[in-house]
Design a protein around this ligand. Structure first.
Ligand code: DUT
Ligand code: MG
Length: 144
């Protein structure tokens, strides 16, 4: 897959940290550290520009360690990178803790999962097929 990098020498390309990992960790590309105060959100650049093949998307997801230890999440998770997007891949970080969090340059702040997807075409219809579930939802099947 094609990737264009700003400051290529600065950070390694996003990597799978283990052989069967689904997510490539994304690093913050910053000129100086960024402070996220409690409940503050900021778009953090990665310095990466990617060209996904047609029929693929990339999802930007939080790292569970940062979420657990620091209350740090990705506000729009899972963020969607469209295959025709040519801008910089950015991460919308949000600090859901009571403490400020400092994002350092090169820190692995989120992960990106690349997946195949379909594009559907609508077929207008007055009737939908019947199912056991029907319109049930929001806990309709109970707890246990
Ligand atoms: O976490 C994200 C989410 C999106 N994007 C980029 C890639 C994506 O293809 C584009 C548009 O994202 P989205 O469709 O989620 O945003 P929108 O608010 O619907 O904007 P647009 O009107 O540009 O589609 O922004 C990112 O870099 N990071
Ligand atoms: Mg959109």
């Amino acid at each position: 897959m094609k990737i264009k990098v700003i400051n290529q020498s600065k950070h390694p390309l996003p990597e799978y940290q283990t052989p069967l990992a689904a997510g490539l960790d994304l690093r913050a590309n910053l000129e100086e550290p960024v402070l996220l105060n409690p409940l503050e959100r900021k778009l953090i650049g990665t310095g990466l520009y990617i060209e996904l093949p047609a029929g693929y998307e990339a999802q930007i997801r939080p790292r569970s360690g940062l979420a657990y230890k620091y209350g740090l999440s990705v506000l729009n998770t899972p963020g969607t990178i469209d295959a025709d997007y040519r801008g910089e891949v950015k991460v919308l970080l949000v600090n859901l803790s009571n403490e400020p969090f400092k994002v350092e340059d090169g820190e692995r702040i989120a992960q990106m999962v690349v997946t195949k997807h379909e594009q559907i075409q609508w077929e207008l219809s007055n009737e939908l097929s019947e199912t056991e579930r029907g319109a049930g939802g929001y806990g309709s099947t109970g707890k246990s």
